[in-house]
Design a protein around this ligand. Sequence first.
Ligand SMILES: [Zn+2]
Length: 360
Amino acid sequence: MSICFIGSEIYRLPVFQPPHPLAVPRAMLAHDLCRALGWLADSQYIEATAATLAELARFHATDYLVALQTAEAQQSLPPDVSARTRIGKDANEIHPAVFRRPAISAGSALQAASLVAAGGAVYAPGAGNHHGMPDRANGFCFVNDIALAILRWRDLGIRRIAYLDLDAHHGDGVEAAFASDADILTISVHEAGRWPRTGTASVPANSIWNFPVPPGFNDTELRALMTSKVLPVLRNFAPDALIFLPGADALQDDPMSRLALSNNAIWEALAAVRGLAPRLAVLGGGGYNPFTLARCWAGIWAILNDIPVPEALPQAAQSVLRGAAYFRSAGRNPPPHWFEQLRDAPAEGAVRDEVKGFWA
Ligand SMILES: [Zn+2]
């Protein structure tokens, strides 16, 4: 079955400004890289349409959505509204597309859910705002497109839904949204002690599993955690549908976490779970090094389409990466593998006791 890639040209718009961590090309760069590699046919591509207010209101409070629209129209909010909604606070910056862009990400997630309602897999890397709360912005997330996709599946009669989040930060918004619903399984692997500092414990009775992992978390440790804990939990749950959130900030080259995975580990995790549910939606998530993110997320598209990853990137693909701007100091003297290869060097290592503790 052909797999669809849902993207949007809106991600070309540089909405955040340095030093905001999101002031880097992300989903669009992964999209351009897939195109340059010849991996993405026009027949597989869908340009996302914005979710409507009614669709967004399935999860979000109406007055919050109105505040988001007002923020875009006026590029500011009254102080009391900003204080309440956190729009324009906590680095949830008001930008020229602060309503439109999240609405399109949500649209892509909703389209993804609908597209595979009868079965199959779909990729929407612009979606994956796992921190969004019903009535407030949180962790650079204005709209929780993941919660909306889960609710879309629910509305289509799909009952048991699993969510696997490998982003370096705890998927707090998604967990909170479905904490009391044991038919929605949320699994989050994230760096212990990092913002938002939730996700410290599991509540198996409510289908909530959290794996706060130590700094330096490596490929061998993720493989062991998947094999010993995550895969058994998923198999036992027997989901009707699965959302996989790779993130790209648990990777060694990402500046926002101290986790040390290579992209091989994320790809291996996806390959391990893709057959565990008849419906699969792969979204994006965090990731703040554009080269690391784009290579990881292009590789995800390769996995989904059973395309072998090449040893060296062809010139056209290298040109796409070399054309991307990265404002951090690491961008001034970048290592060759950021441009020349898709695959990172494997980051194998010892499985430490803190990790073994999750199943021992
Ligand atoms: Zn993150």
